[in-house]
Write a protein that binds this ligand. Structure first.
Ligand code: FPP
Ligand code: MG
Length: 349
């Protein structure tokens, strides 16, 4: 299956993703040591030494996660260092706070989505209750604020303050779009920028701000993260259609069951044909919430090009993301950032 020189990996074409197309470890190898430092920081409780909280932090962060955002921060920070400039502890703290904000938002998101599985482990809301998860999420945000204070750069504080607002606004837009068949690509992309691309873009250019890099470098890195974030979210939405819980570490099909229409479903609705009417009916009557209704919607999307079109859309953002890298100096870090785009595009979880 090819289109616009884009080859759909067999896993996507077969509508079942089961094998990783690219291994992340060799790609992020140039910042492996720094990532280990980030890992140590993440499990450290900067607020108090309560053993129960320490155990929870350890559970949350040892469950893994790809650590993609800190890797982006570290690679972009290194890629934008000028000759004679040193990589510093501040870049590590920047990577830590980016992962803290991401994880905090997931802990809250699992409360909103009533999710029981995250990164293959029981969610905090499932293991304890919603109140505990809200407070643990808040504690992670508090740790992130301490990190921001330690960086002592008001521009970076402003960037991350905007991200926190975007995350909430993205989640609110998504709630308002639930069970609405009037949602279009513009609304979908705006929501995806807020809930995902905003944090990617912050992480990709904040290091360059600390490095006092020229504007063209800082702007290019921000654009890199923005487009990579959109690519990441589109693939996330695709995996909800074609993934399996064993590989994803969370339940697939949950967007459809909650009436959240993402790119694969929007392509069907945009057809304005009989299939679009069937999908519209499933959503508007809320039959889509049942397992038979969601199975029918999944089948409709898979059999009418929803998967392939979404794949091509993700490829567009991957290409935009790679193109911006031409505007920054060559280095092993820039090469890694380029490979990271392919990883995001072909990832299976
Ligand atoms: C995952 O979405 C969730 C996000 C990317 C962001 C969620 C943001 C919030 C809950 C607001 C955070 C609060 C503050 C104070 C900033 P998903 O449900 O599509 O992905 P999933 O399948 O991994 O759960
Ligand atoms: Mg969720």
């Amino acid at each position: 299956l090819t289109n616009q020189n884009t080859v759909i990996p067999p896993a996507v074409a077969n509508k079942s993703l089961s094998k990783a197309a690219l291994d992340l470890a060799p790609i992020i190898e140039p910042v492996q040591e720094e990532l280990e430092m980030v890992g140590e920081w993440l499990e450290t409780n900067l607020i108090d030494d309560n053993p129960f909280i320490a155990e929870l932090l350890s559970q949350i962060f040892s469950a893994g996660g790809k650590r993609l955002r800190p890797a982006i921060v570290l690679l972009c920070s290194r890629a934008s260092l000028a000759d004679g400039q040193e990589f510093s502890r501040l870049h590590i703290i920047l990577a830590v706070l980016t992962e803290l904000i991401h994880t905090a938002s997931l802990v809250h998101d699992d409360v909103i989505d009533k999710a029981s599985l995250r990164r293959g482990s029981e969610t905090i809301n499932r293991r304890f209750n919603d109140r505990m998860a809200v407070l643990m999420g808040d504690l992670l945000f508090a740790q992130a604020s301490i990190c921001l204070a330690r960086i002592m750069n008001p521009v970076v504080v402003g960037i991350y303050g905007q991200v926190l607002g975007d995350l909430c606004a993205g989640e609110i837009s998504q709630m308002r779009q639930q069970f609405s068949t009037a949602v279009d690509f513009d609304g979908y992309l705006k929501k995806s920028v807020a809930k995902t691309a905003s944090l990617f873009a912050a992480g990709s250019h904040a290091g360059a701000i600390l490095n006092r890099s020229p504007n063209n470098v800082t702007d290019a890195l921000r654009e890199y993260g923005y487009n990579l974030g959109l690519c990441f979210q589109i693939i996330d939405d695709l995996l909800d259609i074609v993934g399996t819980s064993a590989v994803l570490g969370k339940e697939p099909g949950s967007d459809l069951r909650s009436g959240i229409l993402t790119a694969p479903a929007l392509y069907i609705l945009a057809g304005k044909d009989d299939q679009a009417e069937v999908l519209k009916h499933l959503v508007e009557t809320r039959e889509i919430c049942s397992s038979t209704g969601s199975e029918e919607a999944l089948k409709l999307i898979k059999e009418n090009g929803g998967v392939e079109k979404t794949w091509l859309l993700a490829n567009d953002y991957a290409r935009f993301s790679k193109e911006t890298l031409h505007k920054i100096p060559t280095s092993i870090y820039r090469d890694a950032l380029e490979s990271l785009v392919d990883y995001v595009l072909t990832r299976v979880n």
